[in-house]
Design a protein. Structure first.
Length: 605
């Protein structure tokens, strides 16, 4: 007789698990709130309305099913343990308990010889002094470090990057104000984040990993705002390349993930997140359930992680070859926009793209940053998949920028404002979103020099702000400008100045942001005085310097700096460079065909 599966949680993972069960004619009963995503694709009567942490509601679910599984690990493991003698719980409640406390999870893995980042607990209810003491014990009071909540932490909730001890009080407040148990984890300067969906088919822990586990292909994950944004299968050699990661490293990642999961009791799919660090693999976190980074298995593999989970917990046959990917794939998460329906723009655009599979989760309210769906694009090669999904990435970036724009403050009754208060108030680009670049000049007469570079930022879709800050006439305002722009999201400053040209160097002395100086050709000396003034900054105050009046190179240098941490900007930059190459090749071909005397230049683009 077919078994009935009970699922704690009816969000998007529960919904996709139910979709897989429907195809196998497996009955699923969900415990969650009315109208949850999973209930929308199930028959009436297969939803138990209630809190999936409530022992009474869990007992009610247990009375109607043969196997209980989870779509989220933040459940009542004690209640599941009490019910385990009368209903099969997968994975085992002991495993859920060990994993949903992230510090215990790392301790459990360490005891089994699995490499993880060093961590140390903070005293329950600890204050800033206790956190500082923990950091000192862990890494000798060095920064940055990660402060994390031990429980109920996912999608960036429960994590705080500490860059100095002064941020500890803010971090404690953000993580519950002392109401949650915390731990400190060492900062890992990883090269790349990887993930593997592991299927555990044997119930007992510490069984031979090669017998007890199977693995889906390794994928690369890219996070933004601590939430998974993109998943690549196969993983790339680097974020700036479409060449697949070395196969030996991929095998090492799969083996490391399988060894880690083999130590837990129970069956099913486990999502294993990892860091790639100088060719070595460090386990970051494990989820005892299907995972966001495995969504693309629906289209890219013989069976999905959801079907594999069902087969494992129900002891159905599972051919290892069915887990292999037969095509390249890129998955993009769709998050709630600034309006409740803004995310639907991604659906509309995705519908125009070949081999783009759209998954919306049926959530009624599109709150900013909420996971509303995902799109997976498949192709014969990763290059093709990346090319197809790029317009969607650009759209998602635009929606994110709109989402992060702060609401305008109420107008002051007085029309007069101090110079300092308006120093960085206006976003000068037509691109919405927090500014990434600040452009400033010593005089408005320098504006024409800066215009070509500003147009380049608009072409790349990079928001910027512009201002006038004279090094000699408004030195106090200059300092305020340098200190304020970083808080607004600026990552590079471009400063143009002529004559004595002290503006770029003075800005560089006031901030740790990179400053790019543009020497302006003034009335005398053809700009050589400006060039020498900027380029001869004293040791310890580095100021990048481009050619005289060359704001285009200043903009391109700023774009290259931003591209180091933004794969989408890097792709646009690569395309820009290729366009330049094609332009020269086209001119060469015309010259060869027309000769010097007959050559007609193409109009400037």
């Amino acid at each position: 007789m077919d078994k009935t599966v009970g699922v704690l949680g009816g969000g998007q993972l529960g919904r996709m698990l139910t979709e897989a069960a429907n195809r196998l004619n497996i009955k699923v009963i969900t415990l969650d709130a009315a109208g949850c995503p999973a209930s929308q694709i199930n028959v009436p009567g297969n939803l138990i309305e209630g809190d999936f942490k409530d022992p009474q509601a869990i007992r009610k679910l247990a009375s109607r099913v043969d196997v209980i599984t989870i779509e989220i690990e933040h459940v009542n493991a004690d209640a599941l343990h009490d019910l385990s003698p009368v209903v099969d719980v997968q994975p085992h409640p002991e495993t859920i308990r060990n994993i949903n406390d992230k510090f215990l999870q790392k301790e459990y893995l360490l005891k089994r010889g699995i490499p993880v980042a060093k961590s140390i607990p903070v005293k329950p209810g600890g204050d800033a002094k206790d956190v500082a003491n923990a950091i000192d014990l862990l890494n000798g009071n060095s920064y940055p470090q990660m402060l994390k909540a031990r429980k109920d932490a996912y999608d960036g909730r429960g994590n705080f990057v500490l860059r100095s001890s002064s941020e500890i009080p803010e971090a404690i407040k953000a993580l519950g104000g002392g109401s949650r148990n915390l731990y400190v984890e060492e900062w890992v300067a990883f090269e790349m984040e990887l993930a593997v969906m592991v299927v555990k088919t044997e119930d007992e822990p510490d069984t031979d990993w090669q017998i007890a586990t199977l693995a889906f292909p390794v994928v690369e994950t890219v996070h933004e705002d601590s939430i998974c944004k993109l998943v690549y299968c196969p993983p790339r050699e680097s974020q700036n390349s479409s060449v697949p990661l070395d196969e030996s490293i991929q095998r090492k990642a799969q083996d490391s993930a399988r060894k880690a999961v083999a130590g837990f009791r129970g069956k099913g799919v486990f999502g294993v997140e990892m860091f790639l660090l100088h060719g070595d693999i460090l386990i970051n976190e494990i989820a005892p359930r299907p995972h966001n980074s495995g969504h693309l298995t629906i289209e890219a593999c013989g069976i999905s992680q959801y079907e594999a989970h069902l087969r494992a917990i129900l002891d159905l046959p599972l051919d290892p070859k069915s887990l292999e990917a037969d095509r390249a794939a890129v998955m993009l998460n769709i998050l709630g926009a600034s309006t409740s329906t803004g995310h639907l723009k991604v659906r509309s655009e995705a519908a125009k793209i070949s081999r783009a599979s759209i998954h919306l989760y049926g959530k009624p309210e599109g709150r900013p940053g909420r996971k509303m769906g995902h799109v997976t694009v498949t192709a014969r090669t990763l290059v093709e998949a990346e090319e197809r999904i790029l317009p969607l990435i650009n759209l998602v970036d635009q929606l994110r920028a709109e989402r992060l724009v702060p609401k305008p403050a109420k107008q002051e009754s007085s029309s007069s404002k101090s110079e300092a208060s308006t120093a960085t108030s206006n976003t000068s680009s037509t691109i919405s979103g927090p500014p990434r670049v600040a452009i400033t000049m010593g005089s408005d007469s320098d504006r024409t020099v800066l215009e070509p570079g500003a147009r380049l930022f608009s072409k790349f879709g990079i928001p910027y702000i512009s201002d006038i800050t004279s090094a000699h006439r408004t030195p106090q305002r200059l300092g305020e400008f340098a200190r304020e722009v970083e808080a607004k999201g600026v990552r590079v400053i471009i400063a143009a100045a002529g004559g004595a040209a002290h503006l770029p160097g003075m800005l560089a002395s006031e901030t740790s942001l990179p400053v790019i100086g543009i020497p302006v050709k003034a009335t005398h000396l053809d700009g050589l005085d400006s060039l020498l003034s900027i380029v001869q900054m004293p040791r310890g105050v580095p100021t990048a310097t481009v050619g005289i009046n060359n704001s285009v190179n200043a903009a391109l240098l700023a774009i290259r700096i931003l591209a180091l941490s933004d794969p989408e900007i890097r792709k646009k930059l690569d395309m820009y460079i290729q366009d330049q190459t094609n332009e020269v090749l086209g001119k060469a071909e015309r010259m060869q065909q027309q000769g010097i005397e007959g050559y007609t230049p193409l109009p400037a683009s």
